[in-house]
Design a protein around this ligand. Structure first.
Ligand code: NAD
Ligand code: K
Ligand code: MN
Length: 361
C-alpha cells in the first residue's frame, strides 16, 4: 500500500472551511482503496498565526513542506491584515520558494451549472489557462521613495527573464499538444508593454517551432476578454503573464458559473519540490464562517492533486462524483443560486465515492 504525505494549509477565511472538506473527500477515497492511503499534516499558518507570531508562517516553514508529495491550500487573506502582507507572507512564499512556475487553471461548464453566457453550449467553454507564476508583474521588484511626501514615487517592476518566459511557454505548448484540439492562444500586451512583452512574443515564435502540430495564435489581453465572452469556442489552451492570467482566470471562472468552482495547481513541472493545489478564490470575507462556501473548486483541485500523484483512476472517480453533484441543483450552494451548505455538498460527494467503491469491490 502506497502512502502519500499531504500537507494541508487551510489559511484564512473560507479556506478553513473548504480545505477540511477537500481532506474529507481524500479520506473517503482512501478509506475504500487498497492501493494507497494518505498521511495528512495540517499547518495552522495564516492570519491567526500572524497575530500570534508577527509572521504568516515560520522561517523554516518551507523545510516542513519540502518532503511532502503535495500541498492542499485554502486562501491567504484576513480582513484585519493588509493583503500584500498575507499574500507575500504565505502563498507567494511557497510558490516562489518551491519554484512552482506553472499555475494551471482548467475551466469548463460543469453539468447542471448555468453560466452567464446564455448562447454558450457546454462544449464551447473548455479551457486551460496557464499562468506564469514566478515573475512578471509579481516579481516583487520595485519600491517606494519619499513616502508620504508630495514627490513620493513607487514602482512595481514587471521583470521577465528569458529563462522564465521560455519555460512557461514551452509548458503551455506541451500542454496544448496533449489536448485533443492542439490549440494555443498566447496572450500579450506587446503594443503597450514594448520591452518584456515583445521579448515574450519573440520567444513564443521560437518555442512554437518545437511544436509544429500545435495551432497557435496571439491575442492582446484586452481583446482576449471580449473573445472569451463572444467566441469562447475559439479558445482552448491559453498562456499569459502572472497578472494577465490572474485576471483572465477569474473571468473564466465567472463565465463558467462561479468563482467557487474553479481549481488551480501551482506546479513545479521538474518535480524538484512539492506542488500546491488550491481553489482560485480567496478568503471570501462576506461569507466566511457561515457554511456557505462552495467546496467544488477545492474538490476539483483535489482531482488535479490526484492526477499529479499519478492516481488517474481516483482522479476520474472524484471528478465524476463532483459532476454528479453539480448536476443536482438541490446541491447547489448560494453562489450558484441554491441553498445547499458546504457540508451537504461535501457529504454528497463522499457518499457517491463510497457507493462507487462498494460497487467496484
Ligand atoms: P474572493 O475570491 O475571496 O471573493 C470574491 C467573491 O466571490 C466574494 O463575493 C465571495 O463570496 C465569492 N466567492 C469566492 N469563493 C467562493 C466560494 N468558494 N463559494 C461561494 N462564493 C465564493 O476575492 P476577494 O474578495 O478579492 O479577496 C478576499 C481576500 O482573499 C483578500 O485578502 C485577497 O487578497 C485574498 N485572496 C487570496 C487568494 C489566495 O490565497 N490564493 C486568492 C484570491 C484572493
Ligand atoms: K486560493
Ligand atoms: Mn487571483
Amino acid at each position: 500500500m502506497k502512502t502519500y504525505h499531504i500537507a494541508t494549509i487551510p489559511g484564512d477565511g473560507i479556506g478553513k472551511e473548504v480545505v477540511p472538506a477537500g481532506q474529507q473527500v481524500l479520506a473517503a477515497l482512501a478509506a475504500a482503496s487498497n492501493s494507497f492511503r494518505f498521511e495528512f499534516e495540517d499547518f495552522d499558518w495564516g492570519g491567526d498565526y500572524y497575530r500570534r507570531h508577527g509572521v504568516m508562517m515560520p522561517a523554516d516553514g518551507l523545510d516542513a513542506l519540502r518532503n511532502k508529495d503535495a500541498i492542499l491550500f485554502g486562501s491567504a487573506g484576513d480582513p484585519d491584515i493588509a493583503d500584500h502582507i498575507t499574500l507575500w507572507g504565505l502563498r507567494l512564499k511557497i510558490c516562489q520558494g518551491f519554484d512552482q512556475y506553472a499555475n494551471v487553471r482548467p475551466t469548463r461548464i460543469l453539468p447542471g451549472i448555468d453560466g452567464p453566457l446564455k448562447r454558450c453550449k457546454q462544449e464551447d467553454l473548455n479551457w486551460v489557462i496557464v499562468r506564469e507564476n514566478s515573475e512578471g508583474e509579481y516579481s516583487g521588484v520595485g519600491g517606494r521613495v519619499h513616502q508620504g511626501h508630495p514627490i513620493e514615487a513607487a514602482t512595481d517592476v514587471s521583470m521577465m527573464t528569458r529563462v522564465g518566459v521560455e519555460r512557461i511557454l514551452r509548458y503551455a505548448f506541451k500542454l496544448a499538444q496533449s489536448r485533443p484540439r492542439k490549440l494555443l492562444t498566447v496572450i500579450t500586451k506587446s503594443n503597450a508593454q514594448r520591452h518584456a512583452m515583445v521579448m515574450w512574443d519573440e520567444i513564443a515564435l521560437e518555442v512554437s517551432r518545437e511544436f509544429p502540430d500545435v495551432k497557435w495564435d496571439k491575442e492582446l489581453v484586452d481583446a482576449a476578454t471580449a473573445r472569451m465572452v463572444n467566441r469562447p469556442a475559439t479558445l482552448d489552451t491559453i498562456v499569459a503573464t502572472n497578472l494577465h492570467a490572474d485576471i483572465l482566470s477569474d473571468l473564466a471562472a465567472a463565465l463558467a458559473g462561479s468563482l467557487g468552482i474553479a481549481p488551480t495547481g501551482n506546479i513545479d513541472p521538474e518535480r524538484r519540490y512539492p506542488s500546491m493545489f488550491e481553489p482560485i478564490h480567496g478568503s471570501a470575507f462576506d461569507i466566511m464562517g457561515k457554511g456557505l462556501a462552495n467546496p467544488v473548486g477545492t474538490f476539483w483541485s483535489v482531482v488535479m492533486l490526484l492526477e499529479h500523484l499519478g492516481e488517474h483512476a481516483a482522479a476520474k472517480q472524484v471528478m465524476e462524483a463532483v459532476e454528479a453533484v453539480t448536476a443536482n441543483t438541490a446541491l447547489h450552494t448560494r453562489d450558484l443560486g441554491g441553498n445547499a451548505t458546504t457540508a451537504q455538498v461535501t457529504d454528497a460527494v463522499c457518499a457517491l465515492l463510497g457507493a462507487e467503491q462498494r460497487q467496484a469491490a
